[in-house]
Design a protein around this ligand. Structure first.
Ligand SMILES: [Fe+2]
Length: 88
């Protein structure tokens, strides 16, 4: 996608975001926060390019779809049994 736009992807490694907390709940909460950040960025991308490139729009939509599923799965893992709603 980056090369399609005439650029070259960076090979730099970003800052490590690990808090070094190793209990499962903390790891899942950090994961959920990361999924939310990714979702926000892909939604911003979609807003920026809407009406300009069908390819980029579809890419952004696919990524939003994937990140929403990821966030949903992590959210389910974080729920305590008492927080599950019963369907009518
Ligand atoms: Fe994800």
């Amino acid at each position: 996608m980056v090369t399609m736009l005439g650029a070259y992807p960076s090979l730099e490694i970003g800052p490590l975001l690990d808090s070094h907390e190793h209990d499962l709940r903390t790891i899942l909460q950090e994961t959920l926060a990361t999924e939310a950040q990714a979702l926000d960025l892909y939604r911003k991308l979609l807003k920026c390019i809407e009406g300009q490139s069908v390819t980029l729009e579809e890419y952004a939509r696919q990524m939003i779809y994937a990140e929403e599923l990821h966030a949903s799965e992590v959210d389910k893992m974080l729920r305590r049994p008492a927080n599950w709603r019963k369907l009518p």
